[in-house]
Design a protein around this ligand. Structure first.
Ligand code: PLP
Length: 453
C-alpha cells in the first residue's frame, strides 16, 4: 500500500473475482447469522486504509465496528504484540499472575471516570464485560433486578442479551431471556419520546423510569444496577443531553443503585475524551470496556469501584480473559490515545461534523447530524417535517459509499454511522465527506427526493 496511491482506488467491479470466490466459500461453511452490509473481503489494512483481496483500496470509516482505534496494524501496537508473543502467549491470568495484566489494571484504574480506587475484571468481549458487570452488581448489592434502555446494545450472550433492546431480530427465537430486566426510554433528542424541546429539556424522558417502572413494576431498593450507554451506539448514535445522565445519576444515588456505564463502543478516545461519560459529568460505579481498547485484539474489561468489586475467589473468571498479548496491545493503545489520538479524534471529529452539517443544508434526506469526536450519526428521513425514517435509503447510501470506496455502516434503523479509526486525517475526512455527498445525491435522485444541490 504505497503512500502515494490515492485512496480510495476501485479497480474491479465489486465484489471482484477473488472476493466473489471467497464469499462463496464463506457461504458454505460460515454461520449465516452474520450481517454483511456489503461484500468486502479484506486482505490488508494500514491506518484508515483497507485493501481487499482484489487490490481495491477503501477508506475505512467503520473500523471493524468502532474497534481499530489506533488504525489498522499500528506499528507500535504490532511491535508490542510481537514482543509479548515472543515471551509467552498465554498463562491464564485467572490462575496465575503476569505483568501485562497487572499493568493494564493499573492503567485502567488511572483512566476510567470512576471515583476512588478501581479494580478490573478481564474477559474477551463487550458482552463478557457486561456479563461480569451484571453478575457483580447482583453479587455486591444482593438485589436481583437491572434497568436498561430501549434501543441499547450490550451484547448477545444470554445475560447481556436480556439487557440488549436494539433490534428484535437479535432476540427473536432466543427467549426467554434472563428475567429481572426492565427497560425504559433513552433520550432521543431528534425524536423526543415526551415531545420536549432541547432548549427547555429537563430529561423528562426519565419520567417513565421514575414514575412508571420504579413505581408499578419494581421497587427501587430491589434494583442492583442501571446499565446505560453514555452515547447510544447500535441504537443510532444518540447523544443525550447532559441532564439525562445527571438526573439518572441522582436517581441511582437516591436509591443506592449502581450505575454501569457501557463504554464498549463510546470509550477509548472515540468521542474526543477517553470515555464518553466525561462529556456528561457521569461518574459511574462500573465501566465496561472492549472494542477499541486493544486496537483489534479481543479484550473486554469490567472496571468497578474497588469497594464494589469484592467477590470471593472462584466467583467469576475466564480462561482467556486478560490474555497477555491483548493486554500488551491495550497498553500500547492507551499510550497512543493519551499522547495524541484523543485530541486528534476531537479535532477531526469537529471538522467532519461541520462538513456534514453543511451537507445537510442541501440534502433533504439528512434529518439530523449528531455526535462527539469520531462517533458520528447522520439520521436519514424521507421528510423533515414528519421525520419518516428513510430505511431503504440509508442502506442504499451505505451501498453507494461502498461502490465509491468508502466503508461506513448503519446504526439504528435509518442512521449512517461514522466510526473511523482515530488516525483518520483531515484530508481523509474531506474525501469521506465528498463520497457521502455523492452517495446521498445518487440516492436522493433514485428514490425521488429533491436535492437542492
Ligand atoms: N456494548 C456496546 C455498547 C456495544 O456497542 C457492543 C457491540 O457492538 C457490545 C456491548 C458487545 O460487544 P461484543 O460484540 O464485543 O460482545
Amino acid at each position: 500500500m504505497p503512500a502515494t496511491v490515492p485512496v480510495p482506488a476501485i479497480r474491479t467491479s465489486l465484489p471482484g473475482p477473488r472476493a466473489k470466490a471467497m464469499i462463496e466459500r464463506d457461504a458454505a461453511f460460515v454461520s449465516p447469522s452474520y450481517t454483511r452490509a456489503y461484500p468486502l473481503v479484506m486482505a490488508r489494512g494500514e491506518g484508515a486504509v483497507v485493501e481487499d483481496v482484489d487490490g481495491n483500496l477503501f477508506l475505512d470509516c467503520a473500523a471493524g465496528i468502532a474497534v481499530t482505534a489506533t488504525g489498522h496494524s499500528h506499528p507500535e501496537v504490532v511491535a508490542a504484540i510481537v514482543d509479548q508473543a515472543q515471551k509467552f502467549l498465554h498463562m491464564s491470568g485467572t490462575d496465575f499472575y503476569y505483568e501485562p495484566q497487572v499493568r493494564l489494571a493499573e492503567a485502567i484504574a488511572s483512566i476510567v471516570p470512576i471515583d476512588g480506587p478501581v479494580r478490573s475484571f478481564f474477559g474477551n468481549s463487550g458482552a463478557e464485560a457486561n456479563e461480569a458487570a451484571i453478575k457483580l452488581a447482583r453479587y455486591h448489592s444482593k438485589r436481583p433486578f437491572v434497568i436498561a434502555f430501549l434501543g441499547s446494545f450490550h451484547g448477545r450472550t444470554l445475560g447481556a442479551l436480556s439487557l440488549t433492546a436494539s433490534r428484535a431480530v437479535q432476540r427473536k427465537g432466543f427467549g426467554p431471556t434472563a428475567p429481572g430486566v426492565f427497560h425504559a426510554p433513552y433520550a432521543d433528542c431528534y425524536r423526543c419520546p415526551v415531545n420536549r424541546r432541547p432548549d427547555t429539556c429537563q430529561a423528562e424522558c426519565l419520567g417513565f423510569l421514575e414514575d412508571q417502572v420504579l413505581v408499578h413494576l419494581v421497587s427501587p431498593d430491589e434494583v442492583a444496577a442501571i446499565v446505560v450507554e453514555p452515547i447510544q451506539g447500535e441504537g443510532g448514535y444518540l447523544v443525550p443531553p447532559a441532564q439525562f445522565h445527571q438526573r439518572l445519576q441522582a436517581l441511582a444515588r437516591e436509591h443506592g443503585i449502581l450505575i454501569v456505564a457501557d463504554e464498549v463502543q463510546s470509550g477509548m478516545g472515540r468521542t474526543g475524551r477517553m470515555f464518553a461519560s466525561e462529556h456528561f459529568g457521569l461518574r459511574p460505579d462500573m465501566v465496561t470496556i472492549a472494542k477499541g481498547v486493544a486496537s483489534g485484539l479481543p479484550l473486554g474489561i469490567a472496571a468497578a469501584r474497588a469497594e464494589v468489586m469484592q467477590w470471593t475467589p472462584g466467583a467469576h473468571a475466564s480462561t482467556f480473559g486478560g490474555n497477555p498479548v491483548s493486554c500488551a496491545a491495550a497498553l500500547a493503545t492507551i499510550r497512543l490515545l493519551q499522547e495524541q489520538l484523543i485530541a486528534h479524534a476531537a479535532e477531526v471529529g469537529d471538522y467532519l461534523l461541520d462538513g456534514l452539517r453543511d451537507l445537510a443544508s442541501h440534502h433533504p434526506l439528512v434529518g439530523d447530524v449528531r455526535g462527539k469526536g469520531l462517533m458520528i450519526g447522520i439520521e436519514l428521513v424521507r421528510d423533515r417535517e414528519t421525520k419518516a425514517r428513510a430505511i431503504e435509503e440509508r442502506d442504499a447510501v451505505v451501498d453507494e459509499a461502498f461502490k465509491r470506496g468508502l466503508l461506513i455502516l448503519g446504526a439504528g434503523r435509518n442512521t449512517l454511522r461514522l466510526s473511523p479509526p482515530l488516525v483518520l486525517t483531515r484530508d481523509q475526512a474531506a474525501v469521506a465527506l465528498k463520497i457521502i455527498d455523492e452517495s446521498l445525491g445518487v440516492v436522493e435522485r433514485t428514490h425521488g427526493h429533491q436535492s437542492s444541490a
